[in-house]
Design a protein around this ligand. Structure first.
Ligand SMILES: Nc1nc2c(ncn2[C@@H]2O[C@H](COP(=O)(O)OP(=O)(O)OP(=O)(O)O)[C@@H](O)[C@H]2O)c(=O)[nH]1
Ligand SMILES: [Mg+2]
Length: 243
């Protein structure tokens, strides 16, 4: 059986690589993402007799394709569709970090939220109510300290449950204002018609409303594998036609 794939996403400096190194040890290889100067790292580990392949995505503050790093992380989650995405958050600045968690939850429901740097949070007198966050997000939330190797087994148990399908999380959706929700409702069926069920229609609708040309271009490439120049022409034509 092929190993389950697990992607690590999160803001920069939240301990993704520390967790990645702890789990994969020497069973890892680095390189570059195809066509990008962004470093890629993947490795393997076993948990309870099950094999996992882990991908350490670049640290990003968002997935709105403002940079090559954000495009790599976004494309991996959307096109490669890992069995599980672990979103690593810094327990000492949860408010800022949760933003990325919400973005990932709009892209995939197969998510475990890992609140890292719990040792630092404790030192600062910060208490984290993981049950409450879990209820509000609708996916498993596990507190860990990657440096001290605490909470890792619980994290991997949750990852395994989602990977095997024994737990199917139901993320609580982010609801936008009426105007945006109306437009999403109009776009969603058209997106399903065009793309099928391969991609999360609500998320694609939101990206289209935001005029995310990088995503449109990636989607075209994925669907038709056309040369980049042709794609640009089509997008330009598409936009002119809409106006
Ligand atoms: N105190 C403490 N420090 C940690 C923990 N996990 C990671 N760190 C430290 O946090 C810093 C950043 O860790 P990295 O693993 O490089 O973070 P990253 O998320 O891979 O960062 P980017 O690759 O830049 O996105 C390092 O100095 C780690 O030693 C933890 O649980 N506790
Ligand atoms: Mg790193």
């Amino acid at each position: 059986m092929r190993p389950y794939t697990v992607a690590l996403a999160g803001n920069p400096n939240t301990g993704k690589s520390t967790l990645f190194n702890t789990l994969t040890g020497l069973r890892q290889h680095t390189g570059n993402w195809a066509g990008k100067t962004v470093v890629s790292a993947e490795g393997e580990f076993i948990h309870e007799d099950t094999a996992f392949r882990m991908i350490d995505l670049p640290g990003t503050y968002s997935l709105y394709s403002n940079s090559a790093d954000e495009e790599v992380a976004r494309d991996y989650i959307i096109f490669e569709q890992p069995d599980v995405t672990i979103v690593v958050l810094d327990a000492t600045s949860l408010e800022r970090n949760l933003n990325l968690a919400l973005q990932v939850l709009e892209m995939t429901s197969r998510v475990v939220v890992c609140i890292n740097l719990m040792d630092e949070a404790k030192k600062l007198g910060i208490r984290v109510d993981t049950d409450q966050i879990e209820r509000q997000l609708g996916v498993p939330v596990v507190a860990v300290s990657a440096r001290n190797k605490t909470g890792i087994d619980t994290l991997l148990d949750k990852v395994a449950e989602i990977a095997s399908g024994s737990h199917v999380p139901k993320p609580v959706p982010v609801i936008y204002n009426d105007d945006i929700e109306k437009k999403i409702a109009q776009l969603e069926p058209l997106i399903r018609q065009t793309l099928g069920d391969r991609f999360p229609a609500r998320w694609v609708a939101l990206r289209l409303l935001d005029e995310d040309e990088s995503l449109i271009s990636s989607l075209r490439a994925k669907l038709h594998e056309q040369p980049a120049t042709e794609q640009k022409e089509e997008i330009r034509y598409g936009r002119t036609a809409c106006h």
